[in-house]
Design a protein around this ligand. Sequence first.
Ligand SMILES: Nc1ncnc2c1ncn2[C@@H]1O[C@H](COP(=O)(O)OP(=O)(O)OP(=O)(O)O)[C@@H](O)[C@H]1O
Ligand SMILES: [Mg+2]
Length: 260
Amino acid sequence: MGAILAFSGKGGSGKSNLAALVLRQLIRAAVKPVLAVDADPNATLGLMLGVPVESTIADLRDRMGEAATKVSEIPKERLMDQWLAEILSEEKGFDLLTMGRPEGPKCYCYVNSLLRRYLKELRGSYAVVVVDCEAGMEYLSRLTVDDIDTLVLVAEATSVGLTSARRIAQLADALPVRVKRRVLAVNKVGQPGPAETALDDRQVPGAAAVVRVPFDEDLYRRCAGGEPLDDQAGEAARPAIESLTRLCLPQLCQDQPTHR
Ligand SMILES: Nc1ncnc2c1ncn2[C@@H]1O[C@H](COP(=O)(O)OP(=O)(O)OP(=O)(O)O)[C@@H](O)[C@H]1O
Ligand SMILES: [Mg+2]
């Protein structure tokens, strides 16, 4: 059963960047096969990984509606499996599944239930599943997996960033989702701007470890220019990403001391 790593946090904290960088690190460490899941309706993980996303789970919602009006020889279950193969992008070293957003004011429930079903099916075929979550807290209550191996709480190195991570951690405590391990990733440390005040990152409940990821100009520049995060991206952040990956998957990577 593949280990699930979910990246959550406030909008703009760096969830997608860290998810993409950890995925690249897993590939470098020869952990395979790996599945990347973009569970944010405002999908950007494909862009960051340089993968053209042609269709998403949300697109299937409409196809299912059309199929329901036609008499078909193929059972619905088989159709769903065929379609999954079509929307799974196969890349060098990993596959990518994108949830997408239903067009217009449609409900997310169906798209969510499809993602849940696909994750259940696919999980057994991968060593690791890296999930880039939607910003904020609301998604946690309709989370598409019941048990997460590692919940990475991504927070900007600011007081507001840490407060937000603490709230997400508290909400995770109140929900029936099982989380084996929590890691706090304090991101963009040393970002240009007003000096950071001393931050107490122990305020986040239940975080087994803290990793401080430095502000890396290359990451910022690539995002600004729409350039993907390839294997060369984010050299300055690399040691912290290596630590983060080891802490997230101690069973797959040799455990090392916390990187601060
Ligand atoms: N360690 C870092 N160093 C420099 N810039 C970073 C770092 N991490 C993230 N960023 C920048 O912060 C911005 C937000 O990053 P990202 O899109 O990964 O955040 P997010 O949490 O996924 O956002 P959203 O909530 O919109 O999905 C981007 O411009 C990105 O380049
Ligand atoms: Mg994102």
